[in-house]
Design a protein around this ligand. Structure first.
Ligand code: ADP
Length: 236
């Protein structure tokens, strides 16, 4: 069975989180800034150095999280360029494959003559990374992850049941895995900030929220097909 999600459901909470993240970001700048001042003032053998270092490391981790929050709540500035999606994927295939490690194999299925897209390459890279890491975490034995591109025509009237994407001709980016898939309850909450089914310390629940924000802000559309025991495909 294929589930789809109306993306509009997640918007109000994204805005709320974005407002909090903005203020939080300012506070973190103060914490991290004073850490640096303090560290500079301590002598090399001062026993407090390690403590200050720990505070600073935690502060910087928090700053990364806040950046993700800002990204999905549309408050992060994007720098869009006209780019070749195929080239972006090829350029990052090696590193993405390394992230998969022994969990599975990475395949590319790239359409020739793909039109360029207008998007922020650094953010798209993050999107690819988040989707690949999620795919990795879902894999079982003989895991396969495929990053694909295609031209997708959404016709008027057709497919209305399974997509809320307006009719038109689109460049499609997909990331598929043959992992555990997800049930309807997970599928319904997927993009919610802090929603995770992973163990504490493993998942932040911000990966897909970030993906959602970047796609929305870039004027794109997002769909997820998943079936328990079969796998998951994200289509952008
Ligand atoms: P995190 O990865 O930190 O848990 P995400 O927002 O990236 O946060 O993902 C939220 C949840 O969505 C995951 O915990 C998982 O339950 C589910 N999920 C995401 N991608 C997949 C996938 N490819 N296969 C199965 N479940 C997935």
């Amino acid at each position: 069975e294929i589930y789809t999600l109306s993306l509009h459901d997640a918007l109000p909470i994204c805005r709320l989180a974005g407002g909090v993240a903005h203020d939080f970001n300012n506070l973190l700048s103060v914490i991290n800034g004073y850490c640096e001042i303090l560290a500079g003032r301590l002598l090399p053998h001062d026993p407090s150095r390690r403590d200050v270092h720990e505070i600073h490391a935690a502060g910087q981790k928090a700053a990364v999280l806040v950046r993700q929050l800002l990204a999905f709540s549309r408050r992060q500035e994007l720098h869009p360029h006209v780019i070749s999606l195929n080239r972006l994927i090829r350029d990052h295939a090696a590193i993405l494959g390394r992230f998969l490690g022994s969990a599975g194999r990475l395949h590319l299925d790239l359409a020739p003559d793909l039109p360029n897209v207008r998007a922020d390459p650094a953010q798209l890279q993050q999107v690819l990374l988040n989707l690949t890491l999620n795919a990795r975490d879902a894999l079982r034995r003989n895991g396969d992850v495929t990053i694909g591109t295609a031209i997708r025509e959404i016709k008027n009237g057709s497919n209305r049941r399974v997509t809320d994407t307006p009719p038109g001709r689109y460049v499609l980016l997909s990331v598929s895995d043959n992992g555990v898939g997800m049930d309807a309850a997970t599928h319904a909450q997927l993009f919610e900030p802090f929603f995770t089914t992973k163990d504490a310390g493993k998942g932040t629940g911000l990966g897909l929220a970030m993906v959602y924000g970047v796609v929305q802000q870039s004027g794109g559309h997002l769909q997820v097909h998943s079936a328990p025991g079969v796998g998951t495909t994200f289509e952008i």
